[in-house]
Design a protein around this ligand. Structure first.
Ligand code: ZN
Length: 439
């Protein structure tokens, strides 16, 4: 276990683990019954708006795919035994396989079988979303055990015009400007990639719904990967102006430490706040620069969109050996890792809500703090000197150009001490919060 996380399992860690356990058996894909069932379970926990778009709809350079339904899939040997069985593990069928019902020799079947010789007991996860094809995934050891035989090959699936659906949880704040958290919901029985992101997002939503007076509105997206974010962006072009900060929430349950992948902009407020929070938490973490690969940051940070979206995960995309295999299961995710990830998200949103630019309303020389009782207000505290310095820093740099985070970093004083000072000074009519986005 990494030193990055405590071994204490609290109630929310267990709750998130429980939700992953419940969602794990469902065969999800980018469309179809598995996504609907997943959204239904989420909607039992938080208010969720379900949206849909018809197959065939053009979205930017893409087309909403047909809806996939899978009922059964197997390969039977000549003795009638299922040597590959979808009902034993849903990773056995290549996601989006078209229907097939035929009899094949092993040599004919072989090009449709996928295994991973490096991990001979794990079933790999494969998809065929944008090319009509069919196939099976199996452990390499099972593949090697197949003898030259006549095999009955059946995939009982349907690919037909239908719809793509996604869910949104909207939590209104004092202003309509939004923080967007996006997580993908399209993977079948894979626990870390993507159920951990779903579980942390659900628990985060519960906490935000219970909070009083948040500054920003928060929108949490539960969308199929890639096509879901493209659909969402294409159908929300008008809303993009109001999005101030975004995070892609993925891989949040493995024992690795937190990784923050910066937005394409690199030094956006979300980038600075996440890095500040990770530094302050004093656990191991890593920061990586943006690259046009990985999860849905690829879409949110495409050049025509260029929203300030980072990706906060534990072990990043593709970098854990269990990634996209049957070993990404309930043993890989840990309640304490989920809890630790949730804590980081809560802290980041709290800081984003507190951060702002202010205007000093008495900028001609220093205002007289003593006559307003401002020295007395902090007099009894052991950190009175630091809090007094925080007031002076906030008054001096609240010129409308500097955010509280700018001031905290420049002063070398903890952000919350600076934000507390801004709050007191605002109460005494010495400061006013500026409208509009922080620079
Ligand atoms: Zn994935």
């Amino acid at each position: 276990m990494s030193s990055a996380i405590s071994t204490r399992t609290t109630e929310s860690g267990a709750t998130m683990y429980g939700l992953i356990e419940r969602l794990y058996p469902i065969c999800r894909s980018i469309t179809g019954a598995g996504v609907a069932e997943t959204l239904d379970i989420i909607s039992q926990q938080i208010p969720l708006e379900i949206h849909e778009i018809a197959s065939g709809t053009a979205v930017f350079d893409w087309t909403v795919p047909k809806q996939w339904t899978i009922r059964d899939a197997f390969v039977k040997n000549s003795r009638g035994e299922r040597v590959i069985d979808f009902h034993a593990h849903n990773l056995h069928v290549v996601s989006y396989s078209c229907p097939i019902n035929t009899c094949l020799r092993l040599a004919e079947l072989r090009p449709h079988l996928y295994s991973d010789p490096e991990h001979p007991d794990w079933i790999p996860y494969r998809t065929s979303y944008y090319r009509e094809d069919w196939g099976f995934c199996l452990a390499h050891s099972a593949l090697q055990a197949l003898t030259d035989d006549d095999y009955t090959v059946c995939i009982d699936s349907t690919l037909e015009d239908g719809k793509l659906i996604w869910g949104e949880c909207f939590i209104p704040g004092a202003i309509s400007d939004e923080i967007v958290i996006s997580t993908h919901i399209c993977h079948p029985s894979l626990a870390n990639d993507n159920l951990s992101g779903i579980a942390v997002s659900v628990e985060l939503a519960k906490g935000l719904l219970a909070a009083t007076g948040p500054h920003y509105s928060v929108r949490i997206l539960f969308i199929p990967g890639t096509i879901g974010s493209i659909v969402w962006l294409a159908t929300n072009v008008e809303r993009l102006r109001t999005i101030r900060h975004g995070l892609i929430a993925v891989n949040l349950g493995d024992p690795g430490h937190l990784h923050y992948k910066r937005s394409r902009r690199g030094r956006a407020e979300i980038d600075r706040v996440v890095e500040y929070v990770l530094h302050r938490r004093k656990d191991d973490f890593a920061v990586i620069d943006f690259s046009p690969y990985g999860y849905d940051e690829r879409q949110f940070c495409s050049p025509g969109i260029n929203l300030p979206f980072g990706c906060l995960s534990r072990t990043p995309y593709g970098q854990f050996p269990e990634y996209h295999t049957s070993a990404d299961n309930m043993d890989l995710v840990k309640p304490e890792a989920l809890e630790h990830s949730l804590g980081a998200y809560i802290e980041i949103i709290r800081l984003l809500n507190r951060n702002g630019r202010f205007q000093n309303l008495q900028p001609m020389c220093e205002p007289q703090l003593g006559k307003r009782g401002l020295y007395a207000s902090i007099g009894g505290r052991s950190d009175a000197k630091e809090r007094q310095m925080a007031m002076l820093w906030v008054l001096n740099f609240s010129d409308g150009d500097h955010s509280l985070l700018d001031i905290a970093e420049r002063a070398g004083i903890d952000f919350d001490v600076i934000a507390d000072a801004a709050e007191i000074l605002t109460q005494h009519a010495l400061l006013a919060r500026c409208k509009g986005a922080n620079p």
